[in-house]
Ligand binder design. Structure first.
Ligand SMILES: CC(C)(COP(=O)(O)OP(=O)(O)OC[C@H]1O[C@@H](n2cnc3c(N)ncnc32)[C@H](O)[C@@H]1OP(=O)(O)O)[C@@H](O)C(=O)NCCC(=O)NCCS
Length: 165
């Protein structure tokens, strides 16, 4: 899927491409921009080698060697999908890349006849909750004191679900 964006007056076009184990280092680098405990190259590589794990990168058209603008990693098992992580580069946020990446996962799961997609999100993560609500997710559970923050009270994980049937 391709999508054009206008960033600071400049037209740029991104497409989604399936992630490969060789992308692990770039993913780990990008992940460090959004999470207090970034995943290592090795963690990404071993996830991407699992049969049940798949994902997509948002790549800029015409810049094949550039780092991805964002990525999503998901797992499929027993007819259900789960988002493991999603990340968009800070300079490219709020341009539609997150929506495009989630849409790619949902299309893939739909093609595989999965019934539902689940995820967990920090109750304080307004951007992610806004994205998931826009995509039709609703809250189906909560895990209190799930996320540990440095020198701050623990926060709740909201469990969200999107029907794919
Ligand atoms: C969450 C994240 C992936 C969203 O990616 P994005 O590319 O900026 O999102 P999009 O541009 O596709 O936004 C789609 C919708 O999400 C919602 N949204 C996105 N950012 C938002 C924000 N800062 N505040 C409120 N709503 C927001 C809006 O409804 C938006 O639609 P709109 O722009 O038409 O109003 C991005 O903010 C990110 O990488 N955050 C750091 C990592 C992270 O928190 N991952 C989620 C872990 S569960």
């Amino acid at each position: 899927m391709r999508a054009p964006f206008s960033l600071r007056g400049r037209k740029r076009e991104f497409l989604t491409e399936r992630l490969l184990p060789a992308d692990a280092a770039a993913l780990s680098h990008l992940h460090a921009h959004g999470f207090s405990r970034p995943w290592s190259d090795g963690e990404f590589a071993s996830l991407l080698e699992q049969d049940t794990v798949f994902g997509f990168a948002a790549r800029e058209v015409g810049r094949p060697r550039a780092a991805p603008g964002g990525f999503v990693l998901a797992r499929q098992a027993a007819g259900e999908g789960e988002i493991l992580t999603i990340m968009v580069a800070p300079a490219l946020r709020r341009c539609g890349l997150g929506w495009m990446l989630m849409d790619a996962v949902m299309r893939e799961l739909y093609a595989q006849r999965a019934q539902a997609l689940f995820l967990e999100v920090d109750e304080t993560n307004r951007a992610a909750i806004g994205l998931y609500r826009k995509l039709g997710f609703s809250q189906v559970g909560a895990r209190p004191a799930y996320y540990e923050q440095h020198a701050a009270p623990r926060t709740t994980a909201l469990v969200m679900r999107r029907d794919l049937g």
